[in-house]
Write a protein that binds this ligand. Sequence first.
Ligand code: TYD
Length: 232
Amino acid sequence: MRNRVTRRIRHTILGAMQRGRFITFEGGDGVGKSTQIQRLAQHLLKHGIDCVVTREPGGTPFAERVREFILAGQLPAHPPMAEALLFAAARYDHIAGLIRPTLEEGRWVLSDRFSDSTQAYQGAAGGANFSALMQLEKLTVGDCEPELTIVLDLEPMTGRARIAERGGGLEVEVDPFEGRDLAFQTRLRQAFLDIATEHSERCKVVEAGQSLDTVEAEVWQHVVVRFELEAG
Ligand code: TYD
């Protein structure tokens, strides 16, 4: 009885609390998402907004295991749709285990990649069937769509150079996706730009070849405008 009352009170309090906001970062390899997502988290913290930074594939123990499996490389040849299903399995768990509960607690979620990556990598650049991917997205994401997506856009050659720099001139470990050829990276870039045009309300493109501080300021500006925060 007492438990039921406590649950009801908790439910009422959570219901009255404002749901958190969901922001995703997208773009090709080496565009600087992880740096910019951390900088945005710092801005939000300064504004008293509690946020959780997560990534895809990953974010929950199950999804991190799927990540290890996919990114380990040396997978036998497989259709792009099989790959999309693996990413979707990880995403389904990520939403159920981390994204949705965090938003319901009133905290914000910043995710380094989300479903646009499947559309771009496995779909537009990889050749998986578009309408099948749309059905898969509906099933996986449902109503848990991001409210703002920052697309970091960078010329693929520059992205490559940045990945090489990560190792300070040493041989760096490149995941099987980063290792794909320039033609793939070029299709990928166009795919993200097309997604941004199609979903122009949700997606904001930021030119990632600018200085880190300039990119940071532009990202922050988009967040301020979208969620009507005080700038500064
Ligand atoms: P990661 O090391 O996180 O790369 P990045 O820093 O560029 O995000 O590796 C994730 C890789 O997985 C990345 O190359 C993009 C790819 N990927 C897909 O192909 N489909 C997807 O749905 C997602 C989420 C990622």
